[in-house]
Every structure is written in C-alpha cells, then in structure tokens.
Design a protein. Structure first.
Lengths: 293, 324
C-alpha cells in the first residue's frame, strides 16, 4: 500500500523517519529518493543528512538549529511540492560491471556451507527452481538482461540494495537459514526481491551465483571513480552486470591490482519516472505472463 | 608524538560528533560514546570540545610522551598513573617529555577519555578523524590503536591546573544500575500495551555480546500488535521484521526477541523494527555501563530529550572550569 500522505515518525531527539507505504515497490523508493534530492536542493538549515531506504526516508537533524515540528513541516511541504511520483526526475549514473556468472568462488563458498553448516540446493539451481526457469543459463540471461536500481546503501558501508528495473527480470529467493559466516568479496546475490554485491568478505544470507572483480569499496578513498568517497555507489545509481568469461575476469582483476582498471560509467542520463513507468506498462504484459505461468 | 606502549582493550581515536553526512552510504557517525566526558577532556586542555581524543574501553592504554604536553583524563576511573604516581582525573595536567601515562582496568564506569592540547592529528577520512573499527575507516590505519604505533599530535597550548567541578561532571553510577531515557518511536505502534509496559518496567541486563555497533539487552519477552502480524509478506516472517528501513542512532532494534541498542558504529539500515530510540543525551550512560549492569528505561518526550542534550552541552564549556 502507498499511503495517501507520508507518515512522519519521531525517532529520538535528532531523527525523523518518513514512511511512504508498507510494501516493496520501486514507486515508493522513487518517492524516498525524490524527497532526498529535494531536501538536498532546498538546503534546509539544521538538516544534516537524509538516507533513503526501500519505502522510507530517514532524516537526521540538529535540534539546536531546527525543532522537530519545523522539520516535519519542511518535509511535508517538500513532499507535497514533489507532486505525483510520476514527475520525479533523478540524476542517475549507470555503472557497467564485468560479472563472471556461475563462477568457481561462489560455488566453492556454497559447497563449503553445504559441507559444514547445512545441506541445501546449490544457489543457482535454487533460483531456477524458485522462479520456474529452464536452467542456470536461463538464470544468467535473465539476470544480466536488466539494469538494477540502487535503492539504498547499508548493512555494510557501500553495500547496495538493488532492484531489477526490468519487471521481466525480477527474481525472488529465500534467504539462507542460518546465514553464511563468509561470502567472497564481490559476490553478487539475491534475497527476497533484492539483489546485492558484497563489498568485502562478510557474513551473508543472499543466494550467490556470480562475482565481479571490480571493487565497489575502497578504504584508501583514492580511486578516482569513487569521487572522494570510500564506496562506489550512491542511491539512485544504476548497475548493469556484463557477463564475462574467466579470461576477461582475470584480466580485469589484474588491471584492478595494477591500478589501471577504468570503470565504465555513464553520467549524462537522468532517470525519469514517467518514462520508466510508460516503458514498464509496455513490457508489463510479458512479465505478468511469466509470473502467472 | 605519543608512543603506544600498551594498547588497552579497544582504544580508539574519536572526534565529536564524528562522521556526519554519509549515512546514505552506510557510514555510522562513530565518535565517543560518552561525549559528555569526552568534551570536558578537550575543554580542559583548551581544545574545541569535539577535537580528536582517545576513547579507552574497559582497559586503558599505556602511552609515552616524546614531548611536553598538557593532557586530561575524564570518564571512567581506570586509575591512571603518571610514571607510577596517581594521576588526577578531571584536571588539566602538564606532562614532560619521556613520561609514561598508564591506565588500568575500569573500576567505575566503562570508558575513559584522554585529551591532549592540540589534539590528535591523524588523517581525516570523510571529514572525520573518528575510528570506525569494524570497517577499517578513520583513526590510525582504520582501527583502534596498537602497541608500537606513534600517534601524531598537533601543536597546542593548554593551561595546566584547571578542574571540572563535581556538579558539571556526569554522575557515573557505582551501583551498576542505570536509568536510560528513551523516546517512543519510530515503530512503537508495533508493540502492544503489555509489551510497552514490560519494556518500561523491567530491569534489562546489558549483555557481554555488546560493542560499539550495538548493545544487546537481556530481559522479558516482547508482545506485538496486529500490525506485526498482518503485513505484506515482503516485510519478512518474524513479528519484528519490517521492510528494510533507515535506523536512527540510538534505536532499540528488535531482532526477533532480542533488543539491541544501535550505538555509535551501528548499522544505517535493516529489516527490524525500532519501537524506541535512546536520545543523544542518554548516550553517556551507555558509554559508562558495563556488561552485566542493569538498565531501566524512562520514557521522555522528544522536546524533553532535546532539552537534556542542551543542558549537557552547556556544561561542556571552558567557563565552568575552576582552578585545581
């Protein structure tokens, strides 16, 4: 459900949580990101930062500069001025990431989990079963066919929560139970309806089936593609996974090590929700057909 | 330069309020947990209240000074000693080149703070010198200090012989029992009346499985309203599951039945509800509480919580210092 009016929920003495609805859909995230962008542009005195999530926006403010009621009033005004979510346009960079699907490292990680922790259907095969796909090659074709939307970052700094923009490529999967104690750095995974990339080796619960050799986290903060940050992505970016062979994976990894890897980033596009929705309704029937099959 | 002879349990460089502006990329603010004691340490040595100092957790470090300096130690009582002689807390003190400051195990409280005139001059990361140990960001090489390291210090003056009078210091409890303010929300409507009453009227034990990312609490069961059960399935299967949302610092985050207070190095988002939030004015108490101690929660309004934070800030100013 999308709420008619956003809900404003106090969260201690310096935070406010704004909820737009109680389901997971892109529309709600567009509203959260639209409001975050509007707040950044409005530069409201006393508002320190905002953080969009799937269906909500967290606002961090300095109470000695702005009171709670005034923060609510400012964000209510901003959200009203956004109009329909159809009218939202967002700066959106597009990242092409070389991706080795069905790679040996995530496979070894899953095998290790099965041997030591709990037996389970290997992750790619489980995704095939859960989503009624033909085989793992179908999984690769489908997964690599869509652009992915960076809905938010969290859990670990720089870890992106991604949603497939192409409704035909939307896959779902249960999460690991119990979670893995280890995931290879750069592993690409899926849990619930969200995709992610593991910035460093961490525990995890998503089904994993691919790996990118390209860092999305850099503690040195010196890689130029990161623009001074320690993580590659920002909310509102898009990612395209480009299937590569083992040779290409190794070559990219080598280039990263020798600090000559160049990221492929497209920076001249805006994401226009109206255009996106029009396109989704065009391709929507195909997607509905697949879901009901 | 200050040389680290012994690191202590987890001694880290922090500044206040820490690393703001990167919550949307998943970076917590970090910074000192007891910012009241921390700010007073800085004010004592003539620094800005938020300048980079050391947070010492449970067991303090041993440091040797290679130049004369004015320093102050505040917060938990770790029985500090300078060249073996008792070192007065809550005072600015001149130390000479070659002297050694040693802090032991915390006798009262959990975290001590060491400020040095001029402040620590480690490299800033994303606008802050604070250490986010878990991700290896800030501080020295991203982590808490280690034996053998040399900690850079900027030039500074500082006047020895200043003292924080008792009435301006935090009252660090000796009875192992703390009353922590909480504000209702953002997800308090997921907890039923009985659950709310149980939360506010029970003694909660601070678990040993606590660190700068989260403080785990042991106590009674939680019970929920309909909202926790009748929800779209993408929220998750547990009553405390919610569609991933932003977490405020101080959130009482309900992971299943275990409440975890998300503190300075905590996660920025996740899929559990936060029925209550500990406001910034109560964080010094969390910083001084030790595992096994009892926490009671007292409900306050947002306005009251904001007022309490202002009252603490008013105490952390130079005008309140007296001659020792």
């Amino acid at each position: 459900m999308i709420y008619e009016q956003p809900k404003f929920l106090p969260a201690g003495d310096r935070y406010l949580l704004i909820e737009f609805g109680n389901e997971m859909n892109l529309e709600l995230n567009f509203m959260a990101q639209g409001l975050a962008a509007a707040a950044a542009a409005a530069n409201i005195k006393g508002v320190i930062e905002t953080a969009p999530c799937f269906a909500s926006l967290l606002v961090h403010y300095e109470p000695t500069l702005i009171g709670y009621d005034d923060v609510v009033r400012e964000f209510f005004r901003l959200s009203a001025s956004l109009g329909s979510s159809e009218d939202i346009e967002l700066e959106s960079r597009l990242f092409y990431l070389p991706t080795h699907y069905l790679d040996p490292w995530t496979k070894a990680c899953v095998d290790d989990y099965c041997a030591k922790i709990a037996r389970k259907v290997p992750d790619p095969e489980l995704l095939v079963q859960e989503n009624g796909l033909e085989d793992v090659n179908h999984l690769v074709r489908l997964h690599s066919s869509s652009e992915y939307w960076v809905a938010s970052l969290g859990f670990w700094p720089g870890l992106p929560f991604l949603m497939a923009l192409d409704p035909r490529a939307r896959l779902t999967a249960p999460k690991y139970n119990p979670p893995r104690t280890h995931t290879p750095e750069g592993a690409i995974g899926l849990g619930g309806a969200a995709n992610s990339i593991y910035p460093v080796a961490t525990p995890g619960g998503y089904q994993i089936f691919a790996r990118t050799p390209v860092p999305i986290w850099d503690a040195t903060g010196k890689r130029s593609a990161f623009e001074g940050s320690l993580c590659l992505f920002r909310p509102g970016d898009r990612i395209k996974f480009v299937p590569v062979t083992r040779e290409d994976y190794d070559a990219a990894e080598e280039a990263v090590k020798e600090e000559r890897y160049e990221y492929t980033i497209v920076e001249y596009q805006k994401f226009v929700v109206r255009n996106y929705n029009n396109w989704v309704s065009k391709v929507g029937e195909a997607s509905n057909a697949r879901v009901s099959a | 330069m200050i040389k680290v002879l012994k690191a202590g349990l987890e001694t880290s460089i922090q500044d206040y309020p820490g690393r703001y502006g990167y919550w949307n990329q998943g970076f917590p603010p970090s910074g000192p947990m007891d910012s009241w004691s921390f700010r007073l340490a800085n004010v004592l040595v003539g620094n800005l209240p938020g300048a980079a100092g050391l947070e010492c957790q449970f067991l303090g470090p041993t440091l040797s000074f290679d130049a004369d300096a004015v320093i102050a130690v505040t917060g938990a009582d770790m029985r500090p000693a300078l060249d073996g002689e008792p070192f007065p807390m809550w005072q600015s003190v001149a130390v000479r080149a070659g002297q050694t400051l040693a802090l032991g195990a915390a006798r009262v409280g959990g975290r001590a703070y060491i400020a040095v005139a001029g402040a620590f001059a480690n490299e800033e990361k994303l606008g802050s010198r604070s250490t986010f140990n878990k991700a290896g960001v800030g501080g020295i090489d991203g982590h808490s200090i280690k034996a053998g390291q040399e900690l850079p210090v900027a030039e500074g003056g500082g006047t020895p012989g200043l003292l924080v009078p008792n009435e301006h210091r935090p009252d660090i409890r000796t009875d192992r029992s703390w009353t922590i303010e909480v504000c209702a929300g953002p997800n308090d409507d997921w907890i039923d009346e009985a659950g709310k009453e149980r939360f506010l009227n029970s003694a909660w034990t601070l678990s040993a499985k606590s660190d700068r990312t989260g403080f785990r609490l042991e106590g009674p069961e939680w019970t929920f309203t309909e909202k926790a059960y009748k929800k779209p399935k993408e929220h998750g299967s547990l009553p405390s599951n919610i569609i991933d949302q932003g977490y405020p610092m101080g959130a009482i985050n309900l992971a299943g039945q275990t409440p975890i207070i998300l503190v300075n190095d905590g996660p920025s988002m996740g899929g559990f509800i936060n029925p209550y939030t500990v406001p910034s004015a109560a964080f010094w108490k969390l910083g001084q509480a030790k595992p096994g101690e009892r926490l009671h929660f007292r409900l306050v309004s947002v306005a009251e919580a904001q007022h309490l934070a202002k009252e603490i800030a008013k105490r952390c100013v130079r005008e309140n210092l007296v001659n020792a």
